[in-house]
Design a protein around this ligand. Structure first.
Ligand code: C2E
Ligand code: MG
Ligand code: MG
Length: 756
């Protein structure tokens, strides 16, 4: 049995080997003890004490599996406990175990609260010098040397061994048994092992049972049991050598003798074969350190992967969001935001490229949607985007800004790019429906802004788009399709328009807009018969504005109704005041075509006004320009009829200055024609002009309509008109438009009206 069992792999083998060795030792020792004690035991068996008598036994608890605290129930257990319980029982005691808190067994002997103390190899003197007495041997405990690595062991009495301090009593016994042995005591097993590993001691000595427990510690796997160096020590119960002590020892001896051999073996086997050793954190770390490290590493790896994946997903999400924001979902080209960014990026990155930005718009796209369906409209936009993208290089960009509005950042490249785009993009888009067999040509208006050197220093894509849009608007306003380049004047005009449209409401509120009156006179009667209300605007920023400028702008932007309703109401207020003063006459007010779109219930609106200001309806003469009748006859005629049915007078303004369509006169049911004399002073032969006017007057008269001539500037004109049958007149010859108070003064005769 010189075989040395080593290592973690041999852990179970060590336990088995130790158990076998223990059994062999026991077999020998027990045979002898049993033989020696059997006779006296038989003789004394009749004197067993009452089992109810308590015997307090002081034991250490750091010697698993001989004495230890069961972690399950906290009770002191072990081989020593079980054997002692049986021996005590047979001796008539009920053994109760208490943990020795003293530093050594010798000190514990002095503690009278223990009836007995164990384990002792032989009788010792207590710490205070009291002699002790011990029982017969309760069992033979095998002692084994443990070394680090394989060693040829010298005899025991030549060794330097390490032992636990708590085994001091045992050490004394060993010293007696093996004189010459050097023993160093250490506080803990870890200290013992460290001393062995550091070469401070040759081996460690301890109870084999305890080794079977201790060596289960994974970090002690380098320690080896030296079976050849095994010897056995007695395991006795001790107390002070007093009469009471002696009495207890005697009784216990009687119990010990009755301890059955098989019972002893069963107890030892039971404890030595149990896996009593519990791993602490350090053990787990030692045992599974690598595994834990690898698992930790794997976990960290997984976490890193998970974080990276999370980040990738976030990036993906952000990318998706960015795409949604930067790209147009319908066509796949950039959105307005995306175009802004991309264009800025490209212009910054390529200051050497001459760029232009175009703003492109399909004319009447909403009609396309209405006529062919939204899907066809979408297809057209996609087609346009696809064709355009095919032609763009990486230094160029296209974006859909909204609806049917596309912006393109394009190299100027002479006219080559434009010619190519015209052929490969615009022509195809124009023929989109025709190619599908439908009779509709798509019209595209484009405005182009060529970047100036300044634009490369202060990149403002929005501003450039605005410029291009201004040019596009010029094309659109012309009523044609095609393209136009931006110029500075357009931009200034655009800004002025914005100042007019955006400031209207405030201007009305702040009194910047006023109603002036231009007298209308009767040539023959030489008196003022009425007036035309004409508005004037003293703009807080732009100064005096002519209605010839702001009226068309407001008509287009949809703001003219707001202005006109203000004018109409002001006129009604003034008329009411003049009525009260006994001056009863009519005032002509201008109405725009877009007023009808803004308020189809205009006749009711006027009726309300005249009711509110207690005017008779014929005091309001509503002027509708001749051009409006020509462009939108049905609606205008309908409106005229309705207005007249309410008692209002309707006049056709500017007759003769526009696209006069004489046959309109028979269809349009107006009360009075306003003959515009401007063309008389215009180009051409004045003689012929006079002939035309003469015939017009005669024709209007023959049709039974009233008329008034406007734009009368001279006495000759006035004389001529009257002579031809048109005595009612309005013009600078008589008076220019006047503020209300000045007009009032003229009415009252306080100021003169020239020509009268
Ligand atoms: P309109 O309705 O034909 O008004 C006559 C315009 O001719 C006025 O110009 C008037 O000042 C001008 N005028 C009158 N007599 C003479 C003359 O002897 N010689 C010359 N050269 N011009 C004369 P104004 O006030 O600048 O108005 C221009 C146009 O603006 C008006 O033409 C009218 O269409 C529009 N307008 C003016 N006020 C309003 C308004 O309150 N509402 C609407 N919708 N349009 C208005
Ligand atoms: Mg007018
Ligand atoms: Mg007019």
């Amino acid at each position: 049995m010189r075989k040395i069992i080593r290592g973690r792999n041999g852990q179970r083998k060590i336990t088995l080997l130790l158990t076998l060795m223990i059994l062999l030792t026991l077999l020998l020792a027990e045979t002898m003890i049993v033989c020696a004690q059997s006779e006296s035991a038989v003789a004394q068996s009749g004197s067993a004490a009452e089992p109810s008598e308590i015997l307090t036994v002081g034991v250490p608890t750091d010697r698993c599996p001989i004495f230890y605290r069961d972690p399950e129930n906290g009770e002191i257990s072990g081989i020593g406990v079980d054997l002692m319980v049986t021996a005590a029982e047979k001796a008539g005691y009920r053994a109760e175990f208490r943990e020795i808190t003293e530093k050594s067994l010798k000190a514990a002997l002095d503690n009278e609260s223990y009836d007995v103390v164990m384990p002792f190899g032989s009788a010792l003197t207590s710490e205070s010098g009291k002699p002790s007495i011990v029982t017969d041997n309760l069992m033979q405990t095998p002692f084994t040397l443990v070394t680090k690595g394989r060693q040829d062991m010298p005899p025991l009495n030549k060794l330097h061994v390490g032992m636990l301090k708590s085994l001091a009593a045992g050490a004394e016994t060993v010293n007696k048994l093996y004189p010459g042995i050097e023993i160093t005591l250490y506080g803990t097993m870890d200290e013992c092992v460290k001393a062995l590993r550091d070469g401070k001691v040759d081996a460690l000595l301890h109870n084999s049972y305890v080794w079977s427990y201790v060596l289960q510690k994974p970090s002690y796997s380098d320690l080896m049991v030296q079976p050849s160096a095994m010897f056995s020590m007695d395991f006795r119960i001790g107390t002070t050598n007093t009469p009471a002590g002696r009495e207890k020892v005697a009784r216990l001896n009687r119990g010990i003798v009755l301890l059955d051999y098989n019972r002893r073996q069963a107890v030892i086997l039971d404890y030595t074969s149990r896996r009593l050793y519990r791993y602490d954190l350090g053990d787990y770390l030692y045992q599974y350190g690598l595994l834990l490290f690898l698992s930790g590493l794997a976990l960290v790896f997984l976490i890193v992967i998970a974080i990276q994946r999370q980040r990738a997903m976030k990036r993906e999400q952000e990318e998706k969001m960015r795409k949604m924001v930067d790209y147009d979902q319908l066509t796949g080209v950039l959105s307005l935001t995306g175009f802004r960014k991309k264009a800025e990026e490209l212009i910054r990155a390529h200051p050497d490229i001459a760029y232009m930005i175009s703003y492109n718009n399909i004319k009447d796209f909403k009609y396309i949607n209405e006529s062919f369906g939204k899907q066809a409209g979408d297809e057209l936009l996609r087609f346009w985007a696809d064709r355009s993208m095919e032609r763009l290089s990486e230094e160029e960009a296209i974006g859909r800004l909204e609806g049917d509005h596309f912006a393109v950042l394009r190299r100027v490249n002479g006219m080559e790019n434009m010619r190519g785009d015209e052929k490969d993009v615009f022509e195809l888009v124009r023929d989109f429906f025709i190619a599908k067999g439908k009779d509709n040509r798509v019209l595209i208006c484009s405005g182009i802004y060529v970047l100036t050197p300044e634009d490369y220093y202060h990149i403002d894509v929005d501003q450039m788009l605005d410029y291009a849009r201004v040019a596009e608007r010029k094309v659109r306003d012309s009523g044609k399709d095609g393209y136009a380049f931006y110029n500075q004047d357009q931009w200034e005009r655009g800004k002025r328009m914005a100042d007019i449209v955006g400031h209207l409401t405030t201007a009305i509120r702040d009194g910047e807009i006023r109603v002036w009156y231009q007298p209308q006179v009767d040539y023959k009667e030489k008196k003022i018969t009425g007036a035309e209300a004409l508005c004037r605007w003293e703009h807080n920023k732009l100064g005096w504005l002519s209605p010839g400028e702001f009226i068309p702008i407001l008509e287009e932007s949809g703001g003219v109704y707001e202005l006109n309703s203000f004018v109409w109401e002001t006129v009604c207020q003034d008329l009411a005041r003049w009525n009260e003063e006994g001056k009863h006459f009519s005032v002509s007010v201008n109405m725009s075509r877009s007023d009808i779109q803004s308020n189809p219930g205009l006749p009711e609106f006027f009726a309300n006004l005249t009711r509110t200001y207690r005017l008779s309806p014929d005091q309001l003469r509503i002027e509708i320009t001749e051009t409006a009748y020509v462009e939108d006859p049905a609606i205008l005629i309908e409106m005229t009829k309705k207005l007249r049915s309410y008692g209002f007078k309707v006049e056709m303004d500017d007759f003769g200055s526009g696209y006069s369509s004489l046959h309109m006169l028979k269809e349009v049911p107006v009360d009075r024609i306003k003959l515009d004399l401007m063309f008389l002073s215009g180009r051409g032969d004045p003689k012929k002009g006079r002939v035309i006017v003469s015939h017009m007057i005669r024709m209007i008269r023959s049709l039974g309509m009233d008329m008034i001539a406007e734009g009368v500037e001279t006495a000759e004109q006035a004389d001529f008109l009257c002579e031809r049958g048109c005595p009612e007149m309005q013009g600078y010859y008589y008076a220019k438009p006047l503020p209300a108070d000045a007009f009032e003064k003229m009415l009252n005769g306080e100021t003169e009206c020239s020509g009268l």
